[in-house]
Design a protein around this ligand. Structure first.
Ligand code: GTP
Ligand code: SPV
Ligand code: MN
Length: 606
């Protein structure tokens, strides 16, 4: 491939020296500077087909399947570091490396691109040229990353124009490495991998993995940098979806929601409501950048232009709009199965094939004990393919009416609740507890506190981060959005989900909208405000008394049992956890005290 942009055309001094730095370190065969054009996308796909990295999917022209190395299928949280001078600036939730240790690790890049092309990808997270966007430039030896950055970010020449001669950007150095990959998926052995965030220097160094958030550096790596840069400002960078909800009365609400990885953000972002007259439109499914506008309102926009979404569980019943999205246009599939009749397949997909090649390229039948698709198999597609995309993509973002925190828990957390006020909401976010999923390396199904769904993505001390959230609330004052929490994943005694979920989640949203509009009251419990039965639309659902209790009651016993774990969790967040958060904890402790129980109602559904 001929580079459409020549080195001598690049005006930006920092960029020139960054390219030189990567070149000297990695020693590539040649350099290709991306212009973000459709021709470039076509050429890179053709190259990957020729090299058998991309497998054309016969029934989906223009779409391709990728199979990663078996060791490179999820975020490498254990090798993800925040690199700062002082350890306490990274805080207890992050793995810390000193700048010296970082520089030592960087030596692993040495000569790793021999006989490979080094791609240079200028990209903007958020509208190119907007003062709220973040610009990065990624160097990489992965054509898979180039194609993905085309879908997920605004890439190309326009970004270089915005940078001009002296513009600043986040340096994003990436290389797949070698030593542990397959012929078509290079990566390095786990012990040699690293994803370093040099927060003060505004640099990202990622080495040894080509997968998702490890390699598409505009996504989670930039989120870590952006979150840290937002500290003390009127901005926030969060792991949140953004939706526009329109009620039957034609009133619009904008909701953002932080749920941990693989806990339902994408599904919520393109929900097909089961209640008549309601409409949900998608603005973003994974990351939100937020800021306080000149009228002191919280605004949010989606810095991404594509979805990198969980495949397993996606079907016409669960997420019809996502199924339509991936059929509407070119889509890149990673670690899905390829069926004999030329289509892709994953667990939970409606069309079960008789035979397929699974994500490891092994024979697969419905009787196989192996998975067809990896549990963290994903598809990548442009947001413009989404049939329920919110029409305008304004530079200013949307005014946020509510923030929703969520997690995956079989018990203890009811279906929905509302915080008493902003600080209580920050506390609720700070104590999100969720079963781990396949989105990171590690054992799925374990309970883990994932405060604000940001444990893996906050680039600085988490106590300071919580203080920042409190400060934002104070600045917003009366304009602060309402804060809710949800849990779609309560289970009954037989282990089945007690709540139908998906499109029926609109019932929860409807209750939230009524609360936002102050149309209804709610019952105050130790877990915040819970719905009264008459205010919550259960029409057409056949829920048993037992299920209603699981979903709508404050189970004081279970919550009380959790108190010591919450206390331990908050203590583990370190001594910079604000006093206000501890006060909320003390209040919960007090409210759950059995001697107070008579005074505090727990269930309004009898
Ligand atoms: P990341 O992209 O990793 O950040 O994940 P996400 O938060 O966008 O999660 P996603 O919407 O992709 O959902 C992950 C899994 O949860 C999928 O298998 C979904 O089918 C399942 N899921 C989502 N919403 C619901 C729900 O309301 N009920 C149930 N039971 N499952 C759900
Ligand atoms: C997540 O894990 O939250 C994801 C996938 O959205 S990744 O891009 O790998 O971070
Ligand atoms: Mn995510």
């Amino acid at each position: 491939m001929q580079s459409p942009i020549k080195l001598q055309d690049i005006k930006n001094k920092k960029l020139l020296s960054f390219i030189k730095e990567t070149e000297q370190l990695c020693n590539p065969k040649d350099i290709y500077i991306c212009d973000g054009s459709p021709e470039e996308y076509a050429a890179i796909m053709a190259l990957m087909v020729e090299q058998r990295i991309a497998i054309p999917i016969p029934n989906r022209p223009g779409s391709y399947l990728f199979r990663t190395a078996p060791s490179d299928t999820a975020r490498a949280a254990e090798y993800t570091y925040i690199c700062t001078e002082k350890k306490e600036d990274a805080g207890p939730t992050n793995l810390h490396k000193s700048l010296e240790e970082m520089r030592e690790m960087i030596k692993r890049y040495k000569d790793c691109m021999q006989s490979k092309t080094m791609y240079v990808i200028p990209f903007s997270m958020g509208p190119t040229g907007s003062q709220f966007s973040k610009i990065g430039v990624q160097t990489t030896d992965s054509p898979y990353v180039v194609a993905h950055m085309h879908e997920m970010t605004r890439t190309g020449s326009k970004v270089l124009d915005v940078l001009g001669e002296h513009g600043d950007f986040t340096k994003c150095m990436h290389a797949c490495g070698y030593g542990d990959g397959t012929e078509t998926w290079p990566c390095d052995t786990k012990d040699r991998r690293f994803i370093c965030h040099d927060i003060e220097g505004n640099n990202i160094y990622s080495y040894g993995t080509g997968y998702g958030g490890n390699a598409l550096l505009g996504k989670k790596c930039m989120l870590r940098i952006a979150s840290a840069q937002a500290q003390g400002t009127d901005r926030m960078a969060e792991h949140m979806f953004i939706i526009r909800v329109t009620s039957p009365e034609n009133k619009q609400y904008h909701l953002v929601g932080a749920f941990p990885s693989a806990c339902g953000k994408t599904n919520m972002a393109m929900m097909e409501p089961t209640l008549p007259g309601w409409k949900v439109e998608c603005l973003g499914d994974d990351i939100a950048y937020l800021y306080i506008d000149e009228k002191r309102r919280l605004r949010a926009f989606n810095p991404e232009t594509g979805f990198f979404a969980v495949a397993p569980g996606t079907s016409m019943t669960t997420n019809p709009n996502m199924m339509k999205t991936i059929e509407n246009g070119r889509t890149l599939y990673t670690n899905c199965a390829l069926t004999d009749d030329g289509d892709v397949y994953w667990e939970g997909n409606d069309k079960k094939p008789k035979h397929a090649k699974n994500w490891k390229n092994n024979d697969w039948t419905p009787d196989s004990t192996e998975l067809a698709a990896h549990a963290n198999a994903r598809f990548t597609t442009s947001i413009t393919n989404c049939p329920v995309l919110a029409p305008e993509d304004s530079l200013e973002g949307v005014i946020v009416n509510a923030i929703i925190f969520g997690g995956r828990r079989s018990d203890t957390t009811p279906l929905v609740g509302q915080s008493r006020d902003w600080n209580h909401g920050v506390y609720l976010g700070a104590t999100i507890c969720s079963e781990t999923t396949a989105a990171t390396d590690g054992t799925p199904g374990e309970l883990k506190y994932d405060p604000m769904a940001m444990r893996d993505f906050c680039g600085y001390n988490f106590g300071d981060y919580l203080q920042h959230h409190l400060d934002i609330g104070a600045k917003l004052g009366d304009n602060a959005p309402s804060i809710f929490y949800v849990n779609w994943f309560n289970k009954d005694e037989t282990g089945n989900y007690a709540w139908p979920g998906f499109g029926d989640n609109i019932r929860v949203v409807e209750w939230m909208c009524k609360r936002i509009d102050n149309k209804i009251s709610a019952i105050e419990t130790p877990l915040g405000y819970l719905p009264y039965k008459e205010d919550f639309n259960l029409d057409g659902l056949n829920l048993s008394e037992k299920e209603l209790e699981i979903l709508f009651s404050c189970n004081s016993e279970l919550k009380r049992e959790e108190l010591s774990k919450i206390q331990k969790h908050l203590a583990e967040l370190g001594d910079r956890v604000p006093e206000e958060i501890w006060e909320e904890f003390s209040r919960l402790q007090k409210d759950l005290n059995p001697s107070n129980n008579a005074a505090v109602p727990r269930y309004a559904f009898n």
